[in-house]
Ligand binder design. Structure first.
Ligand code: S3P
Length: 167
C-alpha cells in the first residue's frame, strides 16, 4: 500500500497522529526529523546551528528521497519539508499526502514553551503567524487536507483512515 504522508506546520500534531495512524493501519511509523537526527548523530537544533537552515534542508531532502522509496509507512514530515518541491514530488510517487491544518492560535499555544524547534524558538505570535502565512501555498500541495479542530489525536487518526481508504 502507498505510504501515508503527513505534512503541516509545526505543532499541528503530525508525529502524535502519525504514530496512532501507523498502529491502526499496521504500518511502520517514520518521523523525518527523528531519522535526520539518527543519521546525523545530532539534534535538529545542533544541525541548524552548524549548517544553517539551508544545510538542514539539504539533509532533509536526502532523507525524504530515501524514505519515499518505502511502502506501508506513515511518514511524518518536518513542517518545512514542503518548501522544496522535489520533496513533495518524491513523497507523492508512492504516497498519499495529507495536510494537517490547525488554526494559528492553537499552533502558537502549542509551540509556546518548546525549545526544540529552531525556527519557532523565541518567536512572537506575529512572527509565527507570518511564517504560517508565507507557507500556505506550499501546504496546498496535498492529496487532502484535514482540519484538526478540537478533535483528539485518536479521532483525527480515525477520520484520516476513513478518507485514506476511500482514495
Ligand atoms: C521545521 C519544522 C520542524 C523541523 C525543523 C524545521 C520547519 O519539524 O523539521 O525544526 O521549518 O517548520 P516539526 O514540524 O515536526 O516541528
Amino acid at each position: 500500500m502507498k505510504n501515508l504522508v503527513l505534512t503541516g506546520f509545526m505543532g499541528t500534531g503530525k508525529s502524535t497522529v502519525g504514530k496512532i495512524l501507523a498502529k491502526k493501519l499496521g504500518y511502520r511509523f517514520v518521523d523525518c526529523d527523528a531519522q535526520i537526527e539518527k543519521e546525523e548523530g545530532k539534534t535538529i537544533n545542533e544541525i541548524f546551528a552548524l549548517y544553517g537552515e539551508n544545510g538542514f534542508r539539504d539533509i532533509e531532502s536526502r532523507v525524504i528521497a530515501s524514505l519515499s522509496q518505502k511502502s506501508n509507512s506513515v511518514i511524518a514530515t518536518g513542517g518545512g519539508a514542503v518548501l522544496r518541491k522535489e520533496n513533495i514530488d518524491n513523497l507523492r510517487k508512492n504516497g498519499v499526502v495529507v495536510l494537517l491544518n490547525a488554526d494559528i492560535e492553537t499552533i502558537v499555544q502549542r509551540l509556546a514553551d518548546k525549545t526544540d524547534r529552531p525556527l519557532a524558538k523565541g518567536k512572537s505570535a506575529e512572527e509565527l503567524a507570518e511564517k504560517f502565512k508565507s507557507r500556505e501555498s506550499f501546504y496546498a500541495n496535498n492529496d487532502f487536507a484535514f482540519d484538526v479542530g478540537d478533535l483528539s489525536p485518536m479521532n483525527i487518526a480515525d477520520k484520516i483512515i476513513d478518507l485514506y481508504k476511500k482514495l
